[in-house]
Design a protein. Sequence first.
Length: 156
Amino acid sequence: MTSAMKREMVIAGVCLAMMAGLAASRLAAVAAPDAPAVAPAPVYQLRIYEIFEHNKAAFHARFRDHAMRIMKQYGFTIRSMWESRLDGRTEFVYLLEWPSEAMMKDRWAKFMADEEWTRIKKETAAVHGTLVGEIQDRTLKTLDYSPVLPHGSTPR
């Protein structure tokens, strides 16, 4: 099996785990046709960062202590985070939930332009070197027949 196939299997597994939690809500909506209209399905975003063993602790400290705090100011909803290893490479994987793709794009632009975040990235890179290598970004749109994650649940 090639590296690309293994990576896609890991990503598919994360997506399947997330989608497994969606079943009850979607089925309940179908089973109760007289219920009020359901809000539009959220958009999920899967982010995968290559991180490095020699400065992994610095990456996690920066994400935990700074990125998450600043992201919250811009309305980011982080559903869960994982660490994965694939072909000798360490990956930080996280899932975001957005009300719409337009909001996702708008909030990312604001976050990336944030002066504090720009300063923190520069300062941590000066001390610890490059903390993130390749970044993969996937926008996941819920299918009309997909179960829905209950509000506030976190895949485990």
